[in-house]
Design a protein around this ligand. Structure first.
Ligand SMILES: [Fe+2]
Ligand SMILES: [Fe+2]
Length: 193
């Protein structure tokens, strides 16, 4: 059975890779059908990769005592808020605008869009859990004892890792499903250009 679980699958299931095999990653950048919309969308994904990595590094620096408690909140809070807000918005656009158009254009890939929508649901739950553990940590930074702050930071780091790791898998598989379809048909033909 094909593994579709966000935490354990190794990539897009084999039956959804037939266009990717014709349009492997190495040809994307110079392909004439990679238009403005796709370039913008890929750059949003790279933005999430970068910011996700930054957030992971900030909490690691704190837990490994390279960053003082007094500086953690100001570094973490605005970046986390931006990350979670933009991610939520990005998924809304994909779910409501792009996925229905792409799934209708290529019914053989429809199961892939169900998979990606399922990822969004999992990620959405993780966004809520991470926001909750961030609130506890940010509150504890103001006056709680060091042990309690450490426990809150550990709990936050666990949630952060679950979200960021799942998101990295999702971004790659989403690109592997969508970009080859756009290269095959062109943005204008699909009605998204
Ligand atoms: Fe997505
Ligand atoms: Fe996306």
């Amino acid at each position: 059975m094909t593994d579709t679980d966000l935490d354990t699958r190794a990539g897009l299931p084999g039956e959804l890779r037939f266009l990717l095999e014709q349009h492997p990653r190495g040809v994307w950048e110079t392909h004439e059908n990679l238009g403005g919309l796709m370039r913008f969308w890929l750059s949003r994904h790279d933005g999430f990769r970068t910011l996700g990595g930054t957030l992971e590094r900030i909490i690691a620096d704190f837990r490994e005592e390279r960053l003082e408690a007094g500086n953690l909140g100001a570094l973490l809070a605005p970046r986390l808020q931006q990350f979670l807000g933009e991610l939520h918005h990005h998924h809304m656009i994909e779910d409501h605008h792009y996925f229905p158009v792409f799934a209708a254009a290529e019914p053989r890939l429809a199961a892939g869009f169900d998979l990606l929508e399922g990822d969004h649901e999992v990620i959405h739950e993780r966004i809520a859990s991470l926001a909750q553990s961030a609130n506890v940590l940010l509150r504890d930074l103001h006056g709680a004892d060091a042990d309690r702050v450490r426990r809150s930071a550990d709990a936050y780091a666990l949630e952060s890792g679950r979200l960021v790791t799942g998101l990295m898998r999702h971004l790659e598989d989403e690109e592997d499903l969508i970009v080859p379809l756009v290269l095959e048909r062109g943005e204008d033909d699909l009605g998204v250009g």
